[in-house]
Design a protein around this ligand. Structure first.
Ligand code: PEP
Ligand code: MN
Length: 337
């Protein structure tokens, strides 16, 4: 349930109504926007009479929220959420460009790629240290050593680092060392992990599970938001369909759909969506055209020798060319790169 307040309602009156509502045993989240102030009501609202709330002078209207996701719902928070990562914004006018290798492999590798993608205009560095591999015999990542190498690359370039967490036991280390904590597709419904990530304040990049509906995806975001962490960035990275030519099927329709349903920023990962290098550029362009707030792209200096996801990794020079081609597309939809 959402209580929309009249324009120019005084803070004092908002506070009074909030307290009155809380007495009914529900949780009230005031969202004070530029245009609109709303009170999001969460919990058992069955005993709440909307007409009684509407009787207050300061109340414009009361809206019932049909969807099971509440805090992630745009009705609760009509304006776009902009996540602040040490001063760099995700969800605002500028398209967030995240780039780097699938896996951190060595100090030279991560430093070199970080410098290259920075020169091309990337504003965040990605790199996996803990890798969720299908086979236990595949390279599992450099783990804690990988985090140290990411920190060195950050030191050298100033790029904030994005890396995947696999276990709640590592949250303290990630909270201290990482700028954006990635939750991979395979962990999208690891509810224990999501609950723990809700207790911290670090930005979370939540990737869509490969068999998750948009509603399930938003319910996973809701787990993090429900704990009090509002810094959630969603990532469409392809879903599994009957098609086998591509690694996954990039669901571009999810971008406008999520933008309508939710206020959270949504970025696109064309690398894991397709698994194929030649498809990265066209789908990155399409993603920007349909309103994505950012792109996360795998870039490797020597894709043939990459320890993971070589076939979908593009070279730094291809990344450079792609960023140049994306600029006019971003401008055409009123954004910047
Ligand atoms: C990754 O970003 O390297 C990764 C494993 O992605 P996903 O969880 O989307 O498969
Ligand atoms: Mn990868």
């Amino acid at each position: 349930m959402v209580v929309v307040l009249k324009a120019k309602t005084r803070e004092e009156d908002i506070r009074k109504l909030t307290e009155e509502l809380k007495k009914e045993g529900i949780d009230v989240c005031p969202v004070i926007g530029k245009e609109l102030t709303v009170l999001g009501i969460i919990g058992d609202t069955t005993k709440i009479d909307p007409l009684k709330i509407e009787a207050h002078d300061i109340v414009e209207k009361v809206i019932k929220v049909q969807e099971p996701f509440k805090k992630a719902n745009r009705v609760f928070h009509p304006e776009n959420t902009v996540v602040d990562v040490n001063g760099r914004k995700i969800g605002g006018n500028r398209i967030a460009m995240i780039a780097g290798p699938c896996s951190v492999e060595s100090e030279d590798q991560i430093k070199f790629i970080a410098e290259e993608v920075k020169k091309s205009g990337a504003s965040f560095l990605r790199g996996g240290a803990f890798k969720p591999r299908t086979s236990p015999y595949s390279f599992q990542g450099l783990e804690y050593d990988g985090l140290e190498l990411l920190k060195i690359a950050r030191e050298k370039t100033g790029l904030p680092i994005v890396t995947e967490i696999m276990s709640a036991k590592d949250i303290e280390i990630f909270e201290r060392d990482v700028d954006i904590i990635q939750v991979g597709a395979r962990n999208m419904q690891n509810f224990d992990l999501l609950k723990e990530l809700g207790k911290i304040n670090k930005p979370i990049l939540l990737k869509r599970g490969f068999a998750a509906t948009i509603e399930e995806f938003l319910m996973s975001a809701e787990y993090i938001l429900a704990g009090g962490n509002n810094n959630v960035i969603l990532c469409e990275r392809g879903i599994r369909t009957f098609e086998t030519y591509t690694r996954n099927t990039l669901d571009l329709s999810a971008i406008p759909a999520i933008k309508k349903l939710s206020h959270l920023p949504v970025i696109v990962d064309p690398s894991h969506a397709t698994g194929k290098r030649f498809m990265i550029a066209p789908l990155a362009k399409a993603a920007v055209a349909v309103g994505a707030d950012g792109l996360i792209i795998e870039v490797h200096n020597d894709p043939e020798k990459a320890l993971s996801d070589g076939p979908q990794s593009i070279k730094p020079e291809d990344y450079d060319a792609l960023v140049k081609e994306l600029k006019p597309i971003a401008n055409a939809v009123g954004r910047e790169i």
